[in-house]
Design a protein around this ligand. Structure first.
Ligand code: G3H
Ligand code: 13P
Ligand code: ZN
Length: 336
C-alpha cells in the first residue's frame, strides 16, 4: 500500500530547519530500533516541547522489520497526540526519516510507505556518482514533498557495513556545486564527528573542525547542515557498563560544549544514536547485577526506557536547545 506522510500527520523537515536556523538550535534526530527507544524519544520530546526526527536506519529495518517500523512511526504520532490531549501539552512536529539510505530503491520504498524525509548517503561514491544518485532521489522525493538529506565527505568509523579508517573532511569548495546540482534540502558534512563510541584516540584532543563548518557556511549561507556521529559518550554510562561486567575501553565522544557551539550555526539537525545505546545498556546491566532474581523484560526494559527518556530530555534542554521550540514550529506549519 502506498501512503503519503501527510496523510499520517507527519511533517517533513523543511519548516523545522527554517526555525532551527533562525532560532540557533538543532533538531534532535534520534535513532530507534524498538518500542522502548521510540517511547522514550517521543515522550521526552513531547514533555520538553521539542520537534523531533525519528530515524530508522537500514539496520533497524532489517532488525525490526520494515513494515512494523513504519507502523511504529505512525503509532508514535498517535501516542503523542493522545498524551498531548490528556495532559494539555501542545502537539509537537514529528518527522520520520530514513537514516543512511544507500540506494535509490530503499529511499523510494520508504517514501512510498509514509516516511517524510530520507537520507541518500552517496558519500562513499565519487563526486559525480554521488550527485547522480542524490539528484535521482530528490527528483522522486520532491514529487511527494518528502525532504532529502545528502552527504559530502566521509566520516571515520563504521556505517552499516562500510568502514573508513580516516575522516575525509567535506571540501568547502564542493558544497555549492553539490547543492545546486542535486536540489537536496539539507547536507550532512564531515568535520571530525564519527559513528560509534570511539570517536577519538586516547591522548587525542576531542575536537570538531568548526573552522571547516564556517567555510562551508560561507559558500551556502543559511543552507541546513547536518551533523552525524554526534554522541557524547557519557562517562557515567560507560563506567556503569564496565562496573557491571562490560568492557568498553577508551571510548570518547564529542564534547557537548562543541555541539552547543555548532547549534548556533547553520547546523540544524544533530544525529544521536550511540548515547542511547550506552544509557540503555548501562541501566539493563545495573538491574541484572542488582536484581538477579528478575526475569520479566518489563523490569529491566522499563527502567532502561526511563533512563533513556531522561537523557533525551537533558539533550534537548542543555545541548541542542530544541526544548520549547515546538509551539513556534507548529504555528509556522499552520500558517503555510
Ligand atoms: O549511523 C549509524 C546509526 O547509528 C545507525 O546504526 O546502522 O547500526 O542501525 P545501525
Ligand atoms: P552516533 O554513533 O555518534 O550516535 O551517531 C549516530 C548517527 O550519526 C546516526 O546517523
Ligand atoms: Zn550517521
Amino acid at each position: 500500500m502506498i501512503v503519503n506522510y501527510e496523510d499520517l500527520g507527519l511533517v517533513n523537515t523543511r519548516v523545522m530547519f527554517a526555525a532551527a536556523i533562525h532560532g540557533g538550535f538543532a533538531v534532535p534526530a534520534y535513532n530507534f530500533n524498538n518500542m522502548e527507544q521510540l517511547q522514550a524519544i517521543v515522550t521526552a520530546c513531547l514533555e520538553t516541547q521539542s520537534p523531533v526526527i525519528l530515524q530508522v536506519s537500514k539496520g533497524a529495518r532489517d532488525y525490526a522489520d520494515q513494515t512494523l517500523l513504519r507502523y511504529m512511526g505512525q503509532g508514535a504520532l498517535e501516542m503523542m497526540r493522545r498524551i498531548a490531549d490528556t495532559t494539555g501539552l501542545g502537539e509537537i512536529p514529528i518527522a520520520l526519516h530514513l537514516d543512511h539510505g544507500d540506494s535509490y530503491e530503499i529511499c523510494v520504498s520508504c517514501i512510498d510507505s509514509g516516511f517524510s524525509s530520507v537520507m541518500i548517503d552517496g558519500s562513499h561514491l565519487s563526486f559525480d556518482e554521488n550527485v547522480a544518485v542524490t539528484a535521482k532521489v530528490v527528483e522522486y522525493a520532491h514529487r511527494f514533498d518528502v525532504t532529502v538529506e545528502g552527504e559530502l565527505g566521509v566520516l571515520a568509523g563504521v556505517e552499516d557495513d562500510v568502514s573508513a579508517e580516516h575522516h575525509t573532511y567535506t571540501k568547502p569548495e564542493e558544497v555549492q556545486n553539490f547543492v545546486a546540482r542535486t536540489g537536496v534540502d539539507s547536507l550532512a558534512i564531515s568535520i571530525g564527528t564519527s559513528h560509534g563510541a570511539y570517536k577519538f584516540k586516547p591522548g587525542q584532543k576531542p575536537e570538531i573542525r568548526l573552522d571547516i563548518l564556517r567555510e562551508i557556511e560561507k559558500r551556502i549561507p543559511g543552507f541546513p547542515i547536518v551533523l552525524h556521529g554526534s554522541s557524547s559518550v557519557p562517562k557515567e554510562a560507560v563506567e556503569t557498563i564496565n562496573r557491571f561486567g562490560g568492557n568498553l575501553k577508551d571510548s570518547i565522544g564529542i564534547p557537548e560544549s562543541q555541539l552547543r557551539k555548532a547549534t548556533q550555526s547553520a547546523v540544524c539537525k544533530i544525529n544521536i544514536d550511540s548515547d542511547g545505546r550506552l544509557v540503555m545498556t548501562a541501566k539493563i546491566r545495573e538491574v541484572f547485577a542488582e536484581k538477579p532474581e528478575e526475569f520479566d523484560p518489563r523490569k529491566y526494559l522499563g527502567p532502561a526506557r526511563e533512563a533513556l527518556k531522561e537523557m533525551y530530555m537533558r539533550k534537548n534542554r542543555e545541548v541542542l536547545g530544541s526544548a520549547g521550540q515546538a509551539p513556534r514550529i507548529m504555528e509556522m506549519l499552520r500558517e503555510r
